[in-house]
Structures are given as C-alpha cells and as structure tokens.
Design a protein around this ligand. Structure first.
Ligand code: ITT
Length: 191
C-alpha cells in the first residue's frame, strides 16, 4: 500500500497519524487536501462514526482510507462526553470551552478517573478492519502543558505524573491513538 487517505479534519489527529507513519513509505492524504467536507456523525458508537467517515471517502476515491473516532469517558459523569467529546460544550464548542465545562462539572469531585478511547477503521480493497486503543487516566484540577490538542492539558495517564499536553513526543508512543495505530500499522504492512 503506497497511499492512505486519512478521513479527518482534526489537525491534531492528523499530525499524530502522519508522525506515526513517517517511518514507512506511505503517502498520507488528508480529507482537507481532497477539499472534502465530513459526513454528519450520526452514529451512537465510535465504530459507527468511524465507519461513516471512512466509507464516505473510500466510496469516492477507492484509495485505502483510515478514520479515527475518539473520545474521553469520565467515570463520575457516567462516561460522558464519550462520542460527544468534540462538541461537549455545544455546537460552538472550542477545545478551551470543552475543558472549562469538564473542570466545572468535576469541581469538588474526588473521583476524577477517565479513559481515552480511540476506534480506528481502515478500509482497503473493500475490506474493513478495526483497531481500538484505550488509556486510563485522571482529569487534573487545572490546565498544564501546551502540546497536543483537545483535552490533552487535563488528561494525566496512569503511571505518568504529567498531562498529555506536557509529554511532547511521548504521547505519540503511549496514547489511545498510538495503541490503535500500532495495530493498524501491522495490518497495513500485510496489504
Ligand atoms: P474528525 O471527526 O474530523 O476526525 P473530530 O475532532 O470531530 O475530528 P471526533 O468526532 O473523533 O473527532 O471527536 C474527538 C474529540 O475527542 C476531539 O475533538 C477532542 O476533543 C477529543 N480527543 C480525541 N482524541 C484526543 C486526544 O488525543 N487528545 C485530546 N483530545 C482528544
């Protein structure tokens, strides 16, 4: 396989995916480079939404396509925001407003456990492959770090005394996305 369409408009995800494949000879083409919009994420699971995103571009271009649907599941919020992580604070949500909303909902709470989940769908040669990555952690009481995107400044993975946003390249090897990407890379190498 020498080309891979990555069905995302999220620059943070795209940067991480490109970096992950930088050691193999594969051309990464993003949805933005194809001037494509994204389909409505009407699914109620990560898998359904990742399938919607991957199928939308695969049907059009017939080039192997990878989609990522991911989210942050907070225990004390019964798993919210989960698949609604991108627009947790509403239609006009920004990363910052989502983080502020999360901090507000957890104010005074001792249980700050959370899990980051990433479900990736790869479609190649009309076959569909799935890989999941999960990382357990805790939601910090305040922002720290400037790297990454989304909830990175608040998420402290178990076993690390710092947030994803303070990790620079370390996030690229231990994150929920990295776990899923390692599985996808193994599949890609066989195609
Ligand atoms: P695409 O659908 O175009 O890929 P999106 O941002 O809408 O981009 P999702 O629907 O999968 O993607 O939403 C995932 C949200 O979860 C994302 O916007 C972030 O707020 C959060 N998220 C996912 N992975 C993250 C990570 O590694 N670090 C921080 N936040 C993350």
């Amino acid at each position: 396989m020498d080309k891979l369409v990555v069905a995302t408009h999220n620059q943070g995800k795209l940067r991480e995916i490109k970096h992950f494949f930088s050691d193999i000879p594969i051309e990464i083409i993003s949805a933005a480079e194809l001037s494509e919009s994204s389909p409505k994420e009407t699914g109620i699971t990560y898998r359904e939404n990742a399938l919607l995103k991957a199928r939308y571009l695969y049907k059009k271009y017939r080039i192997p396509t990878l989609a990522d649907d991911s989210g942050l599941e907070v225990k004390a919020l019964n798993g919210m925001p989960g698949i609604y992580s991108a627009r947790f604070d509403g239609a006009k949500a920004t990363y910052h407003s989502n983080n502020i909303k999360l901090l507000g909902l957890l104010e005074g709470k001792r249980d700050r456990r959370a899990e980051f989940v990433c479900v990736m769908i790869l479609i190649a040669d009309d076959k569909t492959y799935q890989a999941t990555g999960k990382v357990a952690g805790n939601i910090a009481c305040d922002f720290s770090g400037t790297e990454g995107f989304g909830y990175d400044p608040l998420f402290i993975p178990v076993g690390y005394g710092r947030s994803y946003a303070e990790m620079e390249y370390k996030k690229q090897s231990i994150s929920h996305r990295a776990v899923a990407l390692k599985k996808i890379k193994r599949i890609i190498k066989t195609l």
